[in-house]
Design a protein around this ligand. Structure first.
Ligand SMILES: [Zn+2]
Length: 168
């Protein structure tokens, strides 16, 4: 798999939110950019900038060194983008998504679901029984829902994620 901009941006947004792209675009061709310079140039508030950068660090797609500023006397973090780790972060992202979908699929397959006709509530059998099959929101009787379409969609998504992972 070739890491294109779309994949890179997906990893960045998923890790650090929309502004992560802006930050990475600013530091990607530079070396050891001060967090204050990043905040100033991207016009993102310093606390938010730091927050995003640490999230990128946690996803392993950014690194930093901390140095004491000789004049001001406090520590400043200098940041670098780690494009070589995008691939791994992307795979991890897909694996996490896959796991969540598989758990969800198990739940859908192993249980009956009940739903209010006004669509205010959906719950499994045990919970519906607690409410005596009456919607806790509007009081309407809840009916068993056919979740075969949900299962189908989940299986399709799982299949496509597995394919994606196998190609990488
Ligand atoms: Zn209802």
């Amino acid at each position: 798999m070739k890491i294109n901009k779309k994949i890179r941006d997906e990893v960045l947004t998923e890790s650090g939110g929309e502004d992560a792209i802006k930050i990475v675009d600013f530091i990607k061709d530079k070396k050891e950019t001060s967090e204050f310079v990043i905040a100033e140039k991207t016009k993102i508030e310093i606390h938010k900038t730091r927050n995003i950068l640490y999230k990128l660090f946690e996803s392993n797609v950014a690194s930093f060194t901390r140095r004491k500023d000789k004049i001001k006397g406090w520590y400043i973090c200098y940041w670098d983008f780690s494009p070589q780790n995008i691939r791994f972060a992307y795979q991890k992202l897909k694996k996490d998504r896959l796991e969540k979908l598989e758990v969800r699929l198990e739940k859908e397959k192993g249980q009956q679901f009940f739903m209010c006709k006004n669509a205010c509530a959906r719950m499994n059998f045990e919970k519906a029984m607690d409410f005596e099959f009456k919607c806790p929101e509007c009081g309407e009787l809840m009916h068993q829902q056919d979740n075969s379409r949900t299962i189908e969609v989940l299986e399709e998504n799982i299949e496509s994620l597995r394919k994606d992972l196998a190609e990488n």
